[in-house]
Design a protein around this ligand. Structure first.
Ligand SMILES: [Zn+2]
Length: 566
């Protein structure tokens, strides 16, 4: 048996499970071979029966030692009397019935399944696969499930869909066009065939969402079918954020932040945590200007923000003004970070009313900003969104009344800025370098500031180059929103060890594979720009395709897609 991971989206993965030369794409349901099952599906048989390519279960936990060909042994399910599984075999979640009734235990079991000793193994869960649960189970990194729940539901007259369970007997017309549903027969065989089709259809949906990096959105929609699932997701978010964050990409797909759970999405929570852990305002930006977000992203391309910008520029204080956008679910976005994921990649339903959680978030973030960044003056230009923010501000000027984009509001804003505009650095490039320093610090942590020491920032926003003494160290690109390192940039960062992948001693040809990684810096996430080095010698720079934990553990697969090599 061989398991290879092809695509990652957080803990979820699309993989290939190869048994006896027969390949199956995961996440997959393994169907008991004693029943009719979908053509080409993964079979589940007991040792001694079945055919090549089936997933084989040992006959008993106590004589499991005899069934040497078995991929799954009941002993793996946590029996104290049976041996633990060998390296490379499945990690089996024990006691599935209890996990389905206890969300806290379920979340803990996922944490254990994704620890270093199990991370690279396929994860197996029995008795849980119903179509509406598959998105969440895949999101938790479960790779193979069995057909037990589908068979039982069919026996009990349950008609399964990806949005929940219907009573087959009460359906006047079947809401599906699969061959079994349009056959005109309503027997047990047709119900089982439909339920299996519903599961297979949903698995294709889930695999597509993983490949697109959009599984979380599908999960937030599907969990509505069952309060238990909402509970599972929320507890996972609350209790196991470090695990989810470690696997969340730093540049992912755009998403809709449309549910309460979106506020706790790992990428969203990481944004707020990184602000608090890493952020320092550009020193010249001593006048804080709080403005509302715009539907169009990046914000600076929206009409409303272009008007704010006009007022800032005409005040003559542009270099001293720090524009900070107040928004849900991110809380705050300093203007210079507006291209960083997910600041230009989210959509929210806009009603003009913030709920209690959003208000609390805005209050906390603004309080943190003014206390930690120490501005000379604060201007609030938020219109309808002023309420949660203004009440936590002390000395400040409110320049928006009614519509923050109105001519009168703009005039008031310009006037207030003009009053505060004295001093500050002289040249435009200074502020550009300071803004870039802030981005580098947010992306690479404090060591990132080295990229901007004595550097010049040039170009046309959003595509900006960082140069020093005629050599380029990095470049900010608008679509990625991150600074891409050059070899010289890599050399500036490498002495700190930050975002560095230490390799064995070999010449880098093509991309870096996990087998060549000796040790990866713990802060590396999928999508990060990283330095490849051996004993202080920079061998290349590129984009991480795995998080550091996986780079250290994996024996196969691309660890870094190389941009430049020595
Ligand atoms: Zn059907």
């Amino acid at each position: 048996m061989r398991f290879e991971i092809k695509e990652r989206d957080g803990l979820a993965r699309v993989g290939t499970l190869e048994i006896d030369g027969v390949k199956h794409e995961t996440p997959a349901v393994a169907y008991a071979t004693t029943q009719a099952r979908p053509a080409g599906s993964l079979g589940l048989s007991s040792a001694g029966g079945g055919s090549p390519g089936d997933l084989v279960v040992a006959r008993s936990g106590f004589d499991g030692g005899d069934d040497t060909d078995a991929h799954l042994r009941p002993g793996f399910r946590g029996s104290r009397y049976a041996p633990v599984g060998p390296e490379g075999a499945f990690h089996v979640l024990s006691d599935p019935a209890a996990l389905l009734l206890d969300s806290s235990a379920f979340a803990d079991a996922i944490e254990a399944a994704k620890g270093p000793e199990n991370l690279m193994r396929p994860v197996y869960l029995s008795s849980a696969a119903l179509p509406h649960r598959l998105a969440l189970l895949a999101y938790c990194g479960i790779d193979v499930l069995d057909s037990v729940a589908i068979s039982m539901a069919s026996e009990n007259g349950m008609y399964l869909t990806n949005s929940g369970i219907l009573d087959h007997g009460r359906l006047k017309a079947l809401p599906c066009s699969c061959p079994a549903c349009i056959s005109g027969k309503r027997g047990k065989a047709e119900l089982l065939a439909h339920n299996q089709t519903a599961a297979e259809d949903e698995l294709r949906h889930v695999r597509h969402a993983i490949a697109e990096g959009r599984l979380r959105e599908l999960v937030e929609a599907r969990v509505r079918a069952d309060p238990w699932l909402v509970q599972d997701l929320r507890l996972l978010d609350i209790k196991h954020y470090p695990l989810l964050e470690m696997h969340a990409p730093v540049k992912g797909a755009p998403f809709h932040a449309g549910s309460k759970e979106s506020l706790a999405r790992p990428e969203v929570r990481r944004w707020r945590q990184r602000l608090e852990a890493r952020y320092m305002r550009p020193p010249a930006a001593r006048i804080l200007l709080l403005i509302p977000c715009s539907a169009k992203k990046p914000y600076s391309m929206s009409k409303s923000h272009m008007r704010f910008r006009d007022a800032v520029v005409s005040s003559g204080a542009a270099d001293a003004v720090h524009e900070v956008i107040v928004t849900s679910p991110l809380g705050l976005v300093p203007r210079e970070l507006e291209l960083l994921y997910p600041a230009q990649d989210y959509d929210i339903p806009v009603t003009g009313h913030w709920d209690r959680d959003e208000k609390k978030l805005a209050e906390e973030m603004v309080t943190w900003l003014v206390e930690s960044q120490r501005y000379d003056a604060v201007i609030s230009h938020l219109g309808d969104e002023r309420e949660p923010v203004n009440q936590v501000l002390r000395d400040f000027t409110d320049t928006s009344e009614g519509n923050p984009g109105s001519r009168e509001s703009m005039k008031r804003l310009e006037e207030a800025l003009r009053q505060h505009a004295t001093g500050g650095p002289d040249t435009r490039h200074d502020r550009w370098t300071e803004d870039m320093r802030s981005r580098c610090r947010f992306q690479f942590g404090e060591p990132g500031e080295r990229l901007c020491d004595g550097a010049l920032v040039q170009g046309r926003y959003p595509n900006l180059r960082i140069t020093k003494g005629g050599t380029q160290l990095g470049m900010l690109t608008g679509d990625r929103g991150l600074v891409s390192l050059t070899m010289d940039g890599g050399r500036a960062l490498a002495p700190t060890g930050a975002y560095t992948v230490e390799t064995e001693d070999f010449e880098l040809k093509g991309n870096l594979f996990a087998v060549g990684v000796k040790k990866a810096a713990p802060e590396i996430r999928v999508g990060d720009d990283v330095v490849i080095a051996h004993g202080g010698d920079v061998r290349g720079v590129g984009v991480a395709r795995m998080c550091s934990a996986e780079m250290d553990l994996a024996e196969r697969g691309e660890a870094v897609r190389v941009r430049h090599a020595k």
